[in-house]
Design a protein around this ligand. Structure first.
Ligand SMILES: Nc1ncnc2c1ncn2[C@@H]1O[C@H](COP(=O)(O)OP(=O)(O)OP(=O)(O)O)[C@@H](O)[C@H]1O
Ligand SMILES: O=C(O)[C@H](O)[C@@H](O)[C@H](O)[C@H](O)CO
Length: 189
C-alpha cells in the first residue's frame, strides 16, 4: 500500500471539523523525498512552498555538512522560524506546503500539530529504502552517514493523531503526488 485509507478518514475528520484552509507539512528523515513530493504537490495545487532547509541558520548547515547531528537547541530557532511562517499563512487563511523533517513529537507540536488546520504527511521508509538514493544524490550538503542519526532522532508520528497521510517512500514520486493531491482536493482544498 502506498498510503493508507485510514489516513484519508482522519483527513476528512480534520477538515470536516476545521473547514479552513490547511498548511501541509511534508515530514520524514533526510532523503525520504520531502522536497521532491512537496514541489510536485505545490505545482499541482498552485500552492506556495516553503523548503524548511532554507530556514536553517548557517551554523546548522555547517554542523550537518560536517556530519554533526543537530541538537534540540540547534533546531529550536529553526523550528521557530518555520512556525512563524506557518502562522502567517494561517492568519491569512492561506494554504501552503512546508518541508520539514519534524523528527520529534515536540518539534511537530512546536510548528503546529495541535492546530486543526496544520496537517502532516509522513513519508515513511526504512534505512535500506533511503540509503541508496542518498548515495545517488549529488550537490546536497547532507552526508549519507547522517541518515543513521536521523532515524535515531525520529519519533514515529502517531498514525491517528498527528498525520493525515502516511506515504510509502518506495512509491513513484508522481504516484505519491497524485494520490496526496487527490486526498486534498476531495476535501475541496
Ligand atoms: N518517490 C521516490 N522514489 C525514488 N527516489 C526518490 C523519490 N522521491 C525522491 N527521490 C530521490 O531521493 C533523493 C532525496 O529526495 P529529496 O531531496 O526530495 O528528499 P528530502 O527528504 O527532501 O531530503 P533532505 O531532507 O535531505 O533535503 C533525491 O535524489 C530524489 O531524486
Ligand atoms: O532535523 C534535522 O536534522 C534537519 O532538519 C535535517 O533533517 C535537514 O533538514 C535535512 O533533512 C537534511 O537534508
Amino acid at each position: 500500500m502506498y498510503d493508507t485509507g485510514q489516513k484519508t478518514v482522519s483527513l476528512s475528520r480534520r477538515f470536516g471539523e476545521a473547514g479552513r484552509p490547511c498548511v501541509l507539512i511534508v515530514m520524514g528523515v533526510s532523503g525520504c523525498g520531502k522536497s521532491t513530493l512537496a514541489q510536485l504537490m505545490a505545482e499541482r495545487m498552485a500552492w506556495p512552498l516553503i523548503e524548511g532547509d532554507d530556514l536553517h541558520p548557517p551554523a546548522n548547515i555547517a554542523r550537518m555538512s560536517n556530519g554533526i547531528p543537530l541538537t534540540d537547541t540547534d533546531r529550536t530557532p529553526w523550528l521557530d522560524l518555520i512556525a512563524g511562517r506557518i502562522q502567517s499563512w494561517r492568519d491569512a487563511g492561506q494554504c501552503g506546503i512546508v518541508t520539514c523533517s519534524s523528527l520529534k513529537r515536540s518539534y511537530r507540536r512546536q510548528i503546529g500539530s495541535d492546530s486543526a488546520d496544520v496537517c502532516f504527511v509522513y513519508l515513511k521508509g526504512s534505512r535500506e529504502d533511503i540509503m541508496p538514493r542518498l548515495y545517488q544524490r549529488t550537490g546536497h550538503f547532507m552526508p549519507v552517514a547522517m541518515l543513521d542519526s536521523q532515524f535515531a532522532t525520529l519519533e514515529e508520528p502517531d498514525m491517528h493523531e498527528e498525520v493525515v497521510m502516511v506515504l510509502d517512500v518506495n512509491a513513484p514520486q508522481e504516484h505519491l503526488a497524485e494520490r496526496a493531491c487527490a486526498h486534498l482536493t476531495q476535501f475541496s482544498l
